[in-house]
Each structure stands twice: as structure tokens, then as C-alpha cells.
Design a protein around this ligand. Structure first.
Ligand SMILES: [Zn+2]
Length: 77
């Protein structure tokens, strides 16, 4: 796995504040992909794609409240 971390400034966090933060992206050649964003206020955005094509998206506000927690595999019939 290879990863990169990018610092950003003045992005809108899930709580509505405009803050700085860091985004780290990792992946491999077979389709695995992790994309995590940590805002200075403590909010987090997490997007993980797995080898089977399923995707997990999670948004956690800085006070710990989970705003969004989705996994594509949860919705299979
Ligand atoms: Zn926040």
C-alpha cells in the first residue's frame, strides 16, 4: 500500500465550520482505497473502498456524533 497525506486550508467540515485539516489517501492496485479526512475541529470523513467493490462511508462530527454511516454491502438483498 502506498499513501499520501495532504494538508488543506479553509474547507467546510461536516459541522459547518470552515477549518484546516489533513486528508490521507491510501490504496493498492487491486481496488482497495482508503480516503480519510481529519478536520482541525475534530470532524472526520472516512471513505473506504474494498476489493469486493463495497464502499464504507462514515462521517463523524467533532463531538463524536455519527452523522452518516453507510456500507454498500449492508443493502444487498
Ligand atoms: Zn467540526
Amino acid at each position: 500500500m502506498t499513501g499520501t497525506t495532504t494538508h488543506f486550508t479553509k474547507e467546510r467540515a461536516p459541522c459547518g465550520r470552515t477549518v484546516d485539516g489533513d486528508r490521507s489517501q491510501e490504496g493498492d492496485a487491486e481496488g482497495l482505497s482508503f480516503d480519510d479526512t481529519l478536520f482541525a475541529c475534530g470532524c472526520r470523513l472516512i471513505r473506504h473502498e474494498f476489493h469486493d467493490g463495497s464502499v464504507r462511508i462514515r462521517t463523524v462530527r467533532h463531538d463524536g456524533k455519527v452523522l452518516l454511516d453507510e456500507h454498500s454491502g449492508d443493502h444487498e438483498a
